[in-house]
Ligand binder design. Structure first.
Ligand SMILES: C[S@@+](CC[C@H](N)C(=O)[O-])C[C@H]1O[C@@H](n2cnc3c(N)ncnc32)[C@H](O)[C@@H]1O
Length: 299
């Protein structure tokens, strides 16, 4: 089934991996779904747990999702706003994009965030040292054509529908705080930034953070699923060998191609890993067909 797509994009968005990630979840989820790095929320949107703690250190992502959840931003509101602003973009040109960017950096409105996210260069989300959004314009004045506005409107409406009868909490939090809330029966899905890449105000991720996350995941009282990389054209991820090749874990390997990225380097194909402390093998066999289709690395 094609995944449900959220209204915003971000680096490392897992739209293409959602079905593989879902296949590693131990359903039914007894407790809550915890995502300490929820980003675009594409994963939770497709897993659709009844209870969830959705955290990210990026206040703008969390504000937008809270606004959609509370009805402060609806599909119809976004439609009216994007149609109007799209018309101004068409007639004024890129100066209008920069006027919205300045306003967003002063006032932080969710609708302006949506506008910038869907009309910035390459769909990246990047903030400077002061926490100001600094991605340039995509240079397409006709960006908000009718078809795209309709698509975004539907994405917001669908998201609101999915959330309507669910107990989902959106929180601005550091991953350590979110993980400290895990209890037996919960499922944690962790998708951290890649160390040394996309470094900005909300994404400064160090080797120390990565090691800390590794230790915290290993000590959780519940299932965890970690998205990480196994290798790219240049090198292998040393943490796989050092921390995850053990019979306590399963490592699913997937080749994935990133389309969101500001440079050639970020758009390379990459071997992704999904690591979990649960058994994927048996469930995959029944839920996803023959086991041969899965590339489980030896542990
Ligand atoms: C790779 S993205 C997550 C992508 C998401 N799974 C998706 O499919 O859209 C990583 C996210 O982690 C957030 N982040 C970075 N450092 C963090 C930290 N120390 N604590 C919590 N969130 C953090 C970033 O704001 C970003 O949204």
């Amino acid at each position: 089934m094609p995944p449900i797509v959220p209204p915003i994009k971000c680096q490392g968005i897992k739209t293409k991996l959602v079905n593989d990630i879902k296949a590693t979840v131990q359903f039914p989820i007894q407790g809550k779904w915890i995502e300490p790095f929820c980003g675009s929320c594409v994963v939770v949107l497709n897993v659709q747990p009844q209870r969830a703690l959705l955290a990210d250190c990026n206040v703008h992502i969390i504000s937008l999702y809270r606004d959609i959840q509370s009805g402060a931003v609806t599909g119809q509101m976004a439609k009216a706003y994007l149609s109007e602003q799209g018309e101004l973009l068409r007639s004024v040109g890129e100066a209008h994009y920069y006027a919205i960017r300045d306003r967003f950096n002063r006032e932080g409105s969710s609708l302006d965030f949506l506008f910038l996210n869907r009309s910035c260069f390459n769909g990246v989300m990047r903030f400077n040292k002061k926490g100001h959004f600094n991605v340039p314009f995509c240079r397409k004045p006709d960006r908000f054509a009718h078809a795209l506005v309709t698509k975004i409107t539907n994405q917001i409406t669908n998201l609101a529908l999915v959330m309507r009868d669910k107990d989902w909490q959106f929180e601005v939090a550091n991953f350590r705080d979110a993980l400290s809330r895990a209890e037996p029966g919960d499922v944690v899905y962790a998708d951290p930034p890649y160390a040394g890449r996309h470094v900005d105000y909300y994404n400064s991720w160090s080797d120390g953070d990565e090691l800390d996350l590794t230790e915290r995941l290993k000590n959780l009282p519940c299932q965890f699923i970690l998205s990480t990389w196994i290798k790219n054209v240049y090198r292998e991820n040393p943490l796989i060998e050092a921390h995850w090749r053990s019979s306590d874990y399963e490592i699913l390997s997937i080749n994935h191609f990133y389309h969101v990225g500001s440079s050639e380097d970020l758009r390379h194909s990459m071997e992704e890993g999904i690591i979990t402390n649960a058994r994927i093998r048996e469930r995959h066999q029944t839920a996803m067909g023959p086991i041969e289709q899965l590339n489980l690395l030896p542990t």
